[in-house]
Design a protein. Structure first.
Length: 170
């Protein structure tokens, strides 16, 4: 966060898109001393998930609720930002999904979602399948439009069909 805040990214992109809505001074959080927080005496575990749709992502696990707040690791019926991924980064992302699934959550709140879909734990496997299918199509070296069409056809009810998500176009 400190690296991004120091590059002028806020001024160059976000402030331009959201004029008057972002403060001039943005306070940044301090790094945690441990991988666990306490809220009202109950633990919240921080799960390092490494590279998913961006660098150095994390998720939260609330064991007492069976809850995962996945951030950018899992998407819920929303086309995933995969255009900038590689075979290796997709494997890392899949490993992150597997780490979250290993705690056997009863609910998963996604950072990107179709709000009509609730918070089912099945989104972990669905996100994994999406990444695997995208990887298979990449191996076929499809032209961009065919790759985009194949993803939309395979996931027709998923929201956010922007080509830059799937193809990494600017």
């Amino acid at each position: 966060m400190q690296q991004q805040a120091g590059t002028g990214a806020l001024d160059d992109s976000l402030k331009a898109r959201f004029p008057g809505q972002i403060a001039d001074a943005v306070p940044l959080p301090e790094p945690l001393d441990s991988p666990e927080l306490q809220l009202e005496g109950l633990p919240i575990e921080v799960i390092e998930t490494a590279h998913t749709d961006t660098l150095d992502t994390t998720s939260l696990h609330v064991p007492d609720l069976g809850l995962i707040v996945s951030g950018d690791v899992a998407y819920n019926h929303c086309h995933m930002y995969v255009g900038d991924t590689t075979t290796d980064s997709r494997a890392e992302w899949i490993a992150a999904l597997d780490r979250l699934a290993a705690v056997k959550p009863t609910a998963v709140v996604a950072g990107h979602k179709d709000p009509t879909q609730g918070n089912p734990p099945t989104i972990l496997a669905e996100s994994r399948s999406y990444l695997e299918y995208y990887g298979q199509l990449c191996e076929e070296a499809l032209p961009d439009q065919e790759l985009f069409d194949a993803m939309v056809n395979h996931y027709p009810s998923w929201v956010s069909r922007q080509q830059f998500l799937i193809l990494g176009l600017n």
